[in-house]
Design a protein around this ligand. Sequence first.
Ligand code: NAD
Length: 504
Amino acid sequence: MAHSLASTVQQLFPNLQLPVPRPESLPLEVRSPIDGSVLARLGQASAADVNLVAQKAEEAFLAWRRVPAPQRGNLVRVLGEKVRAQKSSLGQLISLEMGKILQEGLGEVQEVIDICEFAVGLSRQLYGLTIASERPDHKLLETWHPLGPVAIISAFNFPMAVWAWNAALALVCGNPVIWKPSEKTPLSALALHALLLEAAQEQGIAIGGLSAVVIGDKSAGESLVAHPAVRLVSATGSTGMGRKVGQTCAALFKRPLLELGGNNAAILTPSAELDLALRAITFSAVGTAGQRCTTLRRLFVHQSLYDTVIVRLKAIYESVPVGDPLEAGTLVGPLIDRQSYEGMHNTLDRARSLGAKVHFGERIALRGSDSFYVRPALVEMKTQAGPMLEETFAPILYLCPYDSFADAIAMNNAAKHGLSSSVFTGNIYEAEEFLSAAGSDCGIANVNIGTSGAEIGGAFGGEKETGGGRESGSDAWKNYMRRATNTINYGKTLPLAQGIRFEV
Ligand code: NAD
């Protein structure tokens, strides 16, 4: 079996260039969560390697910022075309390396294609403003310029899309990019990045320092974040990681774009379409085996519905197909690794010790002792407390009854994170209240759909311990540019702003 998954990767990407391990440092062992087998052993970047890559990016910036933005967009257009042509192989690689089911792997690759298309359109916009000046014969403008090298640090659970959300925009905005992917999913990074190299070669663009991948663990990430050439650090991962990266950025006056953990909630009201709501809740709670930043982790159910909902959800959870993510019909693949399984196990024990009723959550022996398949867990809590207020990156859905809608909103907002939230209701007053200034305090607030599965067109990100960053659609591109305010005097006198008189 070990041989077969590694050889599947080779068959999918026969020409993939992998960094060769060096005698002086330990190789990075890449394992498949499907059966725990080794897929590859890779050489890791040293601090000196990171330094070199960052210096090259600084040099590349000087040329790339002068290339007209629509031409920069052309590189991203060709990248998108190549990704489309390879969608099936890339989707399979995500499943093999990260463990999400093939449908979700393909969906992630589609996100890469979608953001490339978005960025190509954007490359003909990048618009500024003309602002009315208070002075005669003056023009006041706001213009946008490339910022400088962008570091992209990505998490294991979206091994391709996170880079694309950032890189497609950063490149059209005129910035070189340096990618430090998760040490758990470097092959997905190398396979996707190879397509950018091909696209550049076909277009006669000397890639040089324009884009690079740095393979390694958090120490490679730390070297990159601290490098003076890097102007923006887009970091996706745990809140603990973001706290450290944010502090380094603050000390060095770099721009941070933090996309961190989530502890997302939904409110199920008496007027909800129950069938629709239960499908949405299940997809959000068990999809990607509970390993999405937007995974639904807390469900507040109106007390009049509570008994019905728990019976129906138990029936769904009992039969939801858990298994090999590449097999048709599987809806829940494995957890990423043993540490993740132990985290889930310990959290369920803590919930039990608080008096919670735990349904399911047991390990399922499927592909040997080095793979970790679990039946997603439902946890009935009387009140919101303990581990329910933390993010455990596994398929655990806590249920809590509520009485008044105001209480439900307060419970939604009581978490430290502020990423995604939903309300299921047919009541316009509740829907609008949830979306209002006094409603959900999250970056994403939905009505009658689940917490996960965002489209690329909107800005993505969350508040509080989710980090406050926004990436992907809307005006998130502004993160990757520096804003200049320009005042032009086309008159023959020098009137000062605010009517100040200063005659010399
Ligand atoms: P992680 O924090 O362990 O690692 C993420 C990345 O950060 C990895 O590449 C890692 O090597 C790097 N890293 C860790 N410490 C670092 C440091 N001090 N300096 C620089 N780089 C460092 O996260 P993970 O386990 O890969 O991913 C799961 C977490 O990511 C969850 O909390 C999830 O909610 C979050 N996540 C958030 C979003 C979002 O958009 N908000 C998206 C995906 C995942």
